[in-house]
Design a protein around this ligand. Sequence first.
Ligand code: NCD
Length: 407
Amino acid sequence: MSFAGPQSCISHSFANEAASQGISPAGCTLRCATLVFAYFISTEALIGLALATRDASKCSPAPKSFLVSLLKKAMTLSAVDHPSTSHVLDPRQFDRAYLDELCKLTTRVRGLAKTKEGARMLQTLLPHKRAMLYFTQPSTRTFLSFSNACHVLGIRTSEIRNPSTSSEVKGESFEDSIRTFSSYVDVIIMRTWAAGMAEASAALMDRIRRRIPIINAGSGKDQHPTQALLDIYTLERSFEDRGGIDGKTIGFMGDLKRGRTVRSLAYLMENYRDVRLVFIAPDAFQIDDDIIEHLQQNNIVYEKRNALRPVLPELDGIYVTRLQSEHDTEGESGAFDHSLFHFGPAELQILKADGVIMHPLPRGPELDPAVDADPRAVYWRQERNGMWMRVALLLKTFGAEAEVDFG
Ligand code: NCD
């Protein structure tokens, strides 16, 4: 994209968008001014605007979707044109062009890493960068894949996995801790128990002179944007010879209320044509209304089901998830009946011959290990894809993707 300054880029695309939505030039000018103002203030203002827009019950659907699309454009412009500020906070910041490019880059780095020369070349791309892995919520895959993705690119890493080993125990505020980390590194990758902490850290970065990107590696029950990116990559590859994700029916099963991976992946589905999403869970664990509202606003076809077997033959992909019992406050998980939400050898018999079985892992009793040997089970590949996608994401975060020859 040629870059003529964010304001001109944004206002031009806003004017086109406004015209297509039947919004008057005066209304457009006002909205443009608001957005450009917000853009210059901070990412926090944009996020605030998005949340206000999402929650504005009095706002009629047209201006509401208009504002959301403007926000998305502004965040995408920020990510694409301002590598130094490209926080990764929420899947809604990505558009189809970004996703397609990221998938292509992921495949390219995977291929390069297969040879000694390619692996060496990747190591030379970012040895001048340092990353902080701030993971105060348990993690195996996301931590290891980010850590190894950094090492693939020559990025040195430091980590905090237990807040009791940081000055937070001396009463230092979260904000001061983050600001301290940012003094020493060039990117902070963070996983936290609570939602909103990556956004708060990004807002802090946008206020200080030494601003570095923040990557959300899982925020409580809310979002897990990088898992959604690797899930998209895995789905696209699995459906490679069948037109990709467009036109596919994807089922999501398990604790959809508290499972952030499905919440994030559902957001990304707005970028694909003619998809049908089927949410399979007991009522008490069904996907929350904020996601449903988003699907409705984006005209995505969805349905809710209370059992897997009746709908399984219609699915091109089934995304199985575990019960998130660590979020129980009153033993809620005890009410979950695994017998209706389980994938095992019997379910293999009724899944399409070219169906795909995914799971973000770790697994619980919902997914029988006997399924692992079936060629339709792609979750171990999905796990490994995560590392390569994170290599690609780090390249884009630092604006170094052009150094990988797309050949
Ligand atoms: C997921 C998570 O942490 O949200 N795991 C992962 O990142 N691969 C899924 C889960 O814990 O259930």
